[in-house]
Design a binder for this molecule. Structure first.
Ligand SMILES: [Fe+2]
Length: 383
C-alpha cells in the first residue's frame, strides 16, 4: 500500500535494437578488458552465431574463448567445466549467447570465479544469497530466445547433479552488466520454440500481475508485457523474419522477468515439476497447464478481478472466464497444447508431480493458497 515502506529496483542496462549485438564489443573496449569467456550451447555453435560474435570481438582485438557444454536443463557440472576454462585461460569477463540455459550458466560461472564452491552453498532457499558478494567480473547477456528474460534477472536455475533438484542461485549482483536485446539474433528461432518460449514470457508477466502485492512498477510492466506478447507472438511464430514482432517479444520477455521480482505461482511450480520428471520443455509445460491453473486461481475473488481486468487487452470482456477463454484460443492459434494428453505425462506420476510442485519455491507465492490435492486435481483434468 502507498502508506508503507517499499524497495524497488530496475537497474539493468539494456541495449535494444536490430544490430545491437554488433555494438557490444565497443562497450567491452571501454572496460580495457581483452579476453573473455563465451558461454553458449552446441546448437548455436553449429549455426555460426557464436562464430559471428567472436569475429565482431576480434575486430576490436578482444579474444573470446568458447565454452559450449551447456545442457538445456543445465547442471552444476556444466558450471564447473566453464569455471575451469575461465580460470585456466585467465579470462576477464563473460558473455552468454543463448536462451535461459547459457545465460544462467554464465551467471553461475561468474559467481564461482570469485566465490568458492560447491555451487549448492549459494542455494537461495537456504539463505545462500547472503554469501554472494559484489566482486565478480563483468557479464554480458545476449538472449537468442524471447522467453526466460534471464538477461534482466538476478537468478540462475541450475540442477545440482547429486540431488537432481533445480536450485535457484539468487543475488542482485548476478545481474548482467549489459543485456543486449537484438531482434536480428532471435530471427532464426524455429516456430515451435518461438511459441513455447513466448508463452513462458507471457506466463511470467501473467503470474506476476496476478499476485495482489502493492508493486505499481512491476504491475505496469507485467500488463504491458501481456499486451505485447498477445499482439505479437502469432506474427513471430508465423513469420520469424518480422523484426518488429521479434523486437516486441524480446522487450516483453525482459518486462516479464523484471516484473516477476514480485514472484511467480503454481503454473511455474507445475512446469518445474514436469521439467524435472519428464525433461519437458519449460515453455511447453507452462502452456499446457495454463488454462486449468487459471481456472483454479479464478476461484479466489481477488484473482478473478485481476484476471477480469485483462479483458480489454485480450480483446474480450472484462470478465475472468472470457479472459481464460481468450487465452485458450490464443494458445491454440500458435500451435500450443491446452492439456498434457500427448506430452507423455502418466497418471501414476501424479503424486511425484504434486510433491515436487508443493515444495517448489514459486508455490507459496501463488495468489490462491495451494492445498494438498489441488495439484493432483489440476493434472487429472489435463490428462
Ligand atoms: Fe518461466
Amino acid at each position: 500500500m502507498p502508506d508503507k515502506r517499499h524497495t524497488y529496483a530496475f537497474p539493468t542496462h539494456i541495449e535494444y535494437g536490430p544490430g545491437a549485438r554488433d555494438d557490444l564489443p565497443d562497450f567491452v573496449v571501454q572496460t580495457g578488458l581483452n579476453k573473455g569467456l563465451l558461454v553458449t550451447d552446441e546448437a548455436l555453435k553449429k549455426t555460426g552465431a557464436a562464430g559471428a560474435l567472436m569475429k565482431s570481438f576480434a575486430k576490436k582485438d578482444i579474444e573470446l574463448v568458447t565454452f559450449s557444454e551447456v545442457q538445456s536443463n543445465p547442471t552444476d557440472d556444466n558450471v564447473y567445466a566453464g569455471v575451469d576454462i575461465y580460470k585456466k585461460s585467465q579470462l576477464q569477463f563473460i558473455v552468454s549467447l543463448g536462451g535461459g540455459s547459457p545465460i544462467d550458466v554464465g551467471k553461475a560461472i561468474k559467481c564461482l570465479t570469485t566465490h568458492s564452491g560447491p555451487l549448492e552453498k549459494y542455494d537461495d532457499s537456504k539463505g545462500g544469497d547472503r554469501l554472494i558478494k559484489n566482486n565478480m567480473p563483468p557479464f554480458y547477456a545476449i538472449p537468442t530466445t524471447a522467453g526466460t528474460g534471464s538477461e534482466v534477472g538476478r537468478s540462475a536455475v541450475i540442477t545440482i547433479g547429486k540431488t537432481n533438484v533445480k536450485t535457484i542461485i539468487f543475488s542482485p549482483y548476478l545481474m548482467p552488466t549489459i543485456a543486449v536485446l537484438d531482434p536480428l539474433v532471435t530471427r532464426s528461432l524455429p516456430p515451435h520454440l518461438t511459441a513455447a518460449t513466448g508463452v513462458d514470457a507471457f506466463v511470467h508477466n501473467l503470474e506476476a500481475w496476478l499476485i495482489p502485492q502493492f508493486h505499481p512498477f512491476a504491475d505496469a510492466l507485467a500488463k504491458e508485457g501481456i499486451a505485447r506478447i498477445f499482439r505479437n507472438l502469432s506474427t513471430a511464430v508465423k513469420n520469424g523474419d518480422d523484426i518488429v514482432a521479434r523486437g516486441e517479444m524480446l522487450l516483453a520477455s525482459a518486462m516479464g522477468a523484471t516484473a516477476f521480482q514480485k514472484g511467480l505461482g503454481i503454473n511455474h511450480s507445475i512446469a518445474h515439476a514436469l521439467g524435472v520428471i519428464y525433461d519437458l520443455h519449460h515453455g511447453l509445460a507452462n502452456a499446457a497447464v495454463l488454462i486449468e491453473v487459471m481456472r483454479f486461481n479464478a476461484q479466489e475473488p481477488v484473482i478473478r478481478d485481476r484476471l477480469a481486468s485483462l479483458g480489454s487487452i485480450l480483446n474480450t470482456k472484462n470478465e475472468a472466464n472470457a479472459v481464460i477463454a481468450a487465452m485458450a484460443d490464443w494458445l491454440l492459434s500458435v500451435g500450443l497444447p491446452l492439456n498434457l494428453k500427448h506430452l507423455g505425462v502418466r497418471e501414476k506420476d501424479i503424486p511425484a508431480i504434486e510433491e515436487y510442485a508443493l515444495n517448489d519455491p514459486c508455490c507459496p507465492l501463488n495468489p490462491r493458497k495451494v492445498q494438498p490435492g489441488d495439484v493432483t486435481r489440476i493434472i487429472q483434468k489435463l490428462l
